[in-house]
Design a protein around this ligand. Structure first.
Ligand code: SAH
Length: 351
């Protein structure tokens, strides 16, 4: 029997062609789209405005998403929940739900593992497994909305992987997440974060993508950045800064800059001076993320040290925020996603 087509990950016009190819009325594609993304149907039986014969036929030729949620851990200190999903071929990925006031954010993965090997990030230590399909990316959102029985307000591509190294699928997933007949998350509430894949930033700019762009800068001195982010050898800071400026000029947008603050490494006066130089003439905001400790050698600065860095960095003259990331008691914070096979014991729920 031919393999069933997975409908999760298809746009309305692709669903229309799929139906047309099977001798069905194309307009049913829109209904199917709404069932998949808006109503988050888990089976064709639920799709009551489709005829019974069409539902049966779909059951034979098509399927709906197939991420399997195999674990869910909720953080006790903060409102963060980490979901562990298994892909069809056995790889694992994680997504993290973070709840703050009226913001319900899901941090999603774009690849299984990651090829960039940033020395401070736990995902990097896994190595690269494979790109996720658009369907596997968007299915994380569908599954979590189903589980929470609520809609997410913000989506950030800050889980495992480098979204701009899986450009087509990541952008397609963002389009599906944004589509107003589907999950309907506003484009400005979808953040694509990159370690700095320069040609892809130009492509993103040229295509005038409306999703927000965040850059994981983490160091403003080339030699230091190379030490922690090998990708910086390929795309040096000067080229990255030029790409960021082009983006912000053309799109009239602020670039969000993520700066993971590592004790005794990138928290020195020389780092602030280099940041000031690099960000000159760039419309941006700076998010300072105190490092979340993982198995490596790097340490998180104490709260007082973070504050001192912040006070001195005011001199740079860009809007700045300190982001203590959520969920580190369940290894769900930035840089801690590494898929432990037997997750730690904190408040574990099987689903
Ligand atoms: N590859 C993309 C998407 C991953 S985002 C990117 O690099 O932007 C993951 C974010 O978490 C990045 O901003 C990264 O710098 C940050 N991060 C990684 N490890 C971290 C850690 N241990 N503590 C705090 N932030 C970390």
């Amino acid at each position: 029997m031919p393999e069933k087509t997975n409908l999760t990950g298809l746009l309305p016009d692709e669903l229309e062609s799929f139906l047309a190819d099977h001798g069905e009325k194309p307009f049913r594609g829109r209904q199917l789209f709404q069932w998949l993304y808006q109503k988050k149907a888990e089976s064709f039986d639920e799709m009551t405005n489709l005829s019974k014969s069409l539902r049966q036929k779909l059951g034979q030729i098509a399927e709906i998403g197939h991420l399997k949620c195999i674990n869910r851990q909720s953080s006790q200190e903060t409102i963060a929940t980490k979901y562990l999903f298994q892909l069809k071929d056995g790889y694992h990925i994680e997504s993290v739900y973070i709840y703050e006031q009226d913001r319900h954010t899901l941090c999603i993965s774009s690849q299984a593992g990651c090829a960039l090997n940033c020395s401070f990030c736990a995902t990097g230590r896994l190595g690269f497994q494979r790109n996720l399909s658009a369907g596997e990316i968007v299915d994380q959102v569908i599954q979590v909305e189903r589980d929470l029985q609520r809609e997410l307000t913000n989506i950030v591509f800050m889980g495992m992987g480098e979204p701009l190294n899986n450009y087509n699928n990541a952008i397609k997933a963002a389009t599906l997440i944004n589509h107003n007949e589907g999950l309907a998350v506003g484009a400005r509430r979808i953040v694509i974060s990159t370690a700095g894949i320069v040609p892809a930033i130009y492509r993103f700019t040229k295509e005038e993508q409306r999703y927000r762009l965040a850059i994981s800068l983490n160091a403003a001195i080339q030699a230091k950045r190379e030490q922690i982010m090998p990708i910086s050898k390929r795309f040096p800071l000067a080229e990255l800064a030029e790409a960021m400026k082009t983006y912000s000029r053309k799109m009239r947008e602020l670039v969000t800059i993520e700066y993971v603050l590592i004790r005794g490494f990138n928290d020195q006066n020389e780092d602030i001076a280099a940041l000031k130089q690099l960000l000159k003439g760039m419309r941006c905001k700076l998010n300072i993320i105190p490092y979340n400790e993982t198995a490596g050698k790097y340490r998180r600065p104490a709260a007082g040290e973070v504050d001192r860095f912040y006070q001195k960095a005011k001199d740079i003259g860009v809007p700045m925020y300190i982001r203590w990331s959520k969920g580190d008691d369940v290894d769900a914070a930035c840089g801690q996603l590494a898929v432990k096979k037997s997750p730690s014991t904190i408040h574990k729920k099987q689903v």
